[in-house]
Design a protein around this ligand. Structure first.
Ligand SMILES: [Zn+2]
Length: 252
């Protein structure tokens, strides 16, 4: 199958509700993208990580993004499992984010994920970024909500192993969870690799609701957000603090 690619990819936004979501959902794809293109500008936002989990989130993000110096890592501490009740604050944060960073590609949770925090991020991603490529990643879990993806990203065996090694190394607080194990991560990537006939046998998979088939440069969308000058493509953590930095609310 001829693969779609994004030759002009410069700015990538990674959104995750909890400290290990981005890594599980698209960590292999990111490692591979950065291996091929270390100039990539990545903004990485974890919404619900406090205390020890915030430290894990930051260290892990640094490790996954080690190949690029163009990165911003933002760790918020919206209350885990209560994102629907914090909808307004999270939406305000999304608005700030969309004013500061215009990505060419966004990784976020999928629409049909059964975790309430994941669904909130999915819905607000589509609210805040309305003319962007959005890829929704999958998280294996007890609820058994894995669906049928429609976009596959083959990942080399080396990068698959690196992803799983980093997950194991970075998230000590999760090791006692029955599902958080090497065989879970290898198995899902092997199945997705099987489904897309990956040359390496491994892949990550995504759900995408809309993509453009651009058959002529004359039909390029002049309003596409990727046309926005890169000077706007920054993600300043300090500017993202207010007005959310209030007692009882989220903070970086
Ligand atoms: Zn999560």
């Amino acid at each position: 199958m001829i693969g779609a690619n994004f030759p002009q990819l410069r700015n990538v936004l990674c959104l995750g509700a909890h400290s290990d979501d981005i890594e599980i959902g698209c960590g292999g794809t990111l490692l591979q993208m950065l291996d091929d293109n270390p100039q990539l500008n990545v903004c990485w936002v974890v919404f619900g990580a406090g205390g020890e989990r915030a430290d894990e989130a930051r260290q892990s993000a640094e490790a996954f993004l080690a190949d690029t110096s163009n990165k911003r890592i933002v760790i918020k501490d919206f209350r885990d499992s209560y994102f629907p009740a914090q909808w307004t604050d999270i939406k305000v944060f999304f608005h700030q984010l969309s004013q500061q960073f215009q990505p060419d590609l966004i990784f976020t949770h999928r629409h049909d994920d059964r975790h309430q925090d994941h669904r909130v991020l999915n819905e607000l991603t589509w609210c805040a970024f309305r003319n962007h490529v959005i890829l929704e990643y999958e998280i294996p879990k007890y609820e058994g909500d894995l669906g049928q993806p429609n976009l596959y990203s083959p990942v080399t065996e080396e990068q698959t192993a690196r992803k799983i090694e980093l997950l194991d190394e970075m998230f000590a607080t999760q090791r006692n969870k029955q599902w958080f194990s090497d065989d879970t991560f290898w198995s899902l990537m092997r199945i997705r690799g099987l489904e897309c006939h990956s040359p390496s046998r491994f892949a990550e998979a995504f759900h995408t609701r809309k993509l453009l088939l651009q058959t002529s440069s004359r039909l390029a969308d002049s309003n596409a957000e990727s046309a926005i000058p890169t000077t706007r493509a920054t993600c300043d953590e300090t500017q993202l603090r207010s007005p959310l930095h209030t007692p009882g609310s989220a903070k970086s």
